[in-house]
Design a protein around this ligand. Structure first.
Ligand SMILES: NC(=O)c1ccc[n+]([C@@H]2O[C@H](COP(=O)([O-])OP(=O)(O)OC[C@H]3O[C@@H](n4cnc5c(N)ncnc54)[C@H](OP(=O)(O)O)[C@@H]3O)[C@@H](O)[C@H]2O)c1
Length: 354
C-alpha cells in the first residue's frame, strides 16, 4: 500500500472498505507448517478473522490481553495466587477458536501474568501462537544490566527461545524534570538498551520490535519520527470509539491522530483498551436499548470490538478477558468480523456526544 493512501479518515476508509473487505486473506510468506498450525478449528462460517502482520504473520483479530488473569482467594492474608487451571482452560479455549496473539508484561500481576501465560502456552506447539511482552523498565536508574535482566526474565517466565512481539512499555512519560522524549532516550537509547534489542531482532530472538503508548503528542511524534532509523514493526495504542476524537486520559492522544499517523507509515497497530477498560461494556439504559434493538443477538461490548476491527490498519484488538463468558462473547464479534457500516459508525459518534 502506498504511504499516501494510508492517511484516511473514517468516511474514506469505510467507503473503500466495503462490507467484508476487512477480512484479510492468509499471508503467503508464512511457512506452511506454521500456517496449518494456526488455522482456526472452528467451522468455516464462524471462523476467526485474521490480519496479515509483519514477517508474514497471520494474526487473529481478537488478541488475548493477559493483564487480568483470574486469581484464587488469598491464603493467610498473602498475595492471591493466579488460578492456573482456569487460565489454562481460557487459553486452550481461545486457541481452539482461532485466537493466536497473547499480550503480557512483567508489570502485570507482578510478573505472575508472564509465568502463568508461559505455563499455559507451553502446552501448545510453539508455532501455534504469537506471544507479546514488554520491557517495563519504569524505575531509575535505567541501567542496561537491569533492562537486559528484565528481558531475559521474560523469556524464562514465558519459557520461549524467542519473543514474537516485544514492546518498549509505555514510552516516555514525563517525570523527574525530563520531558517525554528525554525520558524515552534515558530509558531506552542512551543506556544502549535499544541497540541491544535491535541486535536481538537481527538474531531472531525478537521477531518484531515495537512500543506501547500512553504519552503526550510531543513524545508520540518524537518516537514515531525514529521509525526511519529503527523501523518499528508495530505500535500498540489505546483506541476505542470514545477515545477516537478526544482521549479519555490527559496523558494520551486522541486515537484518530495516532491511527492516521501510523497508517501513513503502514505500521501495523495493536489496540489496547478497546472497551475503555470495561466501561463500554454497558452504557446507560436508553443507549443500551438502542443498540440491542439494532442487533438483539449481540452484546453492547460487541459494538466496541467491531468498531476497532473495522479499521484496516489494525493487526489485533486486545481484550483482557477474565471470564469465559466474555471470551465467548468476544469470539462472536470476530468469528468472523462483520465490519460496521458508515451509518453505524456515525451512530456511535452520536452516542459518544450524548
Ligand atoms: N501497554 C500498556 O501500557 C497497556 C495498558 C493497558 C492495557 N494493556 C493491554 O491491553 C489489554 C487490553 O486492555 P484492557 O484489559 O483494559 O481491555 P478492555 O477490553 O478495554 O477492558 C477489559 C475489561 O472489560 C471486560 N470485558 C471484556 N470483554 C467483555 C464483554 N464481552 N462484556 C463485558 N465486559 C467485558 C473485562 O471483564 P472481565 O475481566 O470480567 O472478563 C475487563 O474488566 C490488557 O490485557 C493488556 O494486555 C496494555
Amino acid at each position: 500500500m502506498k504511504q499516501k493512501e494510508n492517511t484516511i479518515n473514517r468516511r474514506e476508509f469505510l467507503q473503500r472498505l466495503g462490507a467484508g473487505a476487512a477480512v484479510v486473506t492468509a499471508a503467503t510468506s508464512i511457512p506452511a507448517t506454521a500456517r496449518a498450525a494456526i488455522a482456526p478449528q472452528a467451522a468455516e462460517d464462524n471462523a476467526m478473522t485474521y490480519r496479515e502482520g509483519p514477517r508474514g504473520d497471520r494474526v487473529s483479530l481478537l488478541g488475548y490481553g493477559c493483564m487480568r488473569w483470574p486469581t484464587l482467594p488469598a491464603k493467610d492474608g498473602g498475595e492471591p495466587e493466579l488460578d492456573q487451571e482456569t487460565i489454562n482452560h481460557l487459553i486452550d479455549y481461545a486457541i481452539e477458536h482461532g485466537v493466536n496473539y497473547f499480550d503480557t508484561a512483567p508489570a502485570y500481576q507482578k510478573g505472575r501474568s508472564e509465568t502463568a501465560t508461559g505455563i499455559a502456552l507451553k502446552r501448545h506447539p510453539r508455532e501455534s501462537f504469537y506471544v507479546a511482552t514488554k520491557l517495563s523498565n519504569s524505575r531509575p536508574p535505567f541501567t542496561k544490566a537491569a533492562a537486559l535482566e528484565m528481558y531475559q526474565a521474560s523469556r524464562r517466565r514465558l519459557q520461549v527461545d524467542y519473543i514474537d512481539y516485544y514492546l518498549l512499555h509505555n514510552i516516555g512519560v514525563p517525570r523527574d524534570g525530563e520531558t517525554g522524549p528525554q525520558r524515552f532516550d534515558t530509558r531506552f537509547v542512551k543506556n544502549g538498551v535499544l541497540d541491544y534489542l535491535l541486535k536481538e531482532r537481527e538474531a531472531g530472538r525478537i521477531r518484531n520490535l515495537g512500543y506501547s503508548v500512553h504519552c503526550d503528542r510531543e513524545t508520540f511524534d518524537y518516537v514515531l519520527s525514529l521509525h526511519d532509523k529503527y523501523h518499528w514493526d508495530f505500535v500498540q495504542i489505546q483506541m476505542n470509539y470514545a477515545d477516537w476524537k478526544q482521549a479519555s486520559r490527559r496523558d494520551n492522544n486522541e486515537a484518530e491522530y495516532m491511527y492516521n499517523e501510523l497508517a501513513k507509515r503502514n505500521i501495523p497497530i495493536v489496540i489496547m483498551e478497546p472497551l475503555l477498560g470495561g466501561r463500554l461494556a454497558s452504557l446507560n439504559d436508553h443507549l443500551n436499548e438502542q443498540l440491542l434493538a439494532r442487533e438483539p443477538e449481540r452484546s453492547i461490548a460487541s459494538w466496541a470490538f467491531r468498531y476497532c476491527g473495522t479499521f484496516p490498519q489494525i493487526l489485533t484488538v486486545l481484550s483482557g478477558m477474565t471470564y469465559m463468558e466474555h471470551l465467548q462473547d468476544n469470539l462472536k464479534s470476530f468469528c468472523p468480523l462483520k465490519p460496521l457500516t458508515e451509518e453505524e459508525i456515525e451512530m456511535l459518534n452520536e452516542i459518544v456526544a450524548e
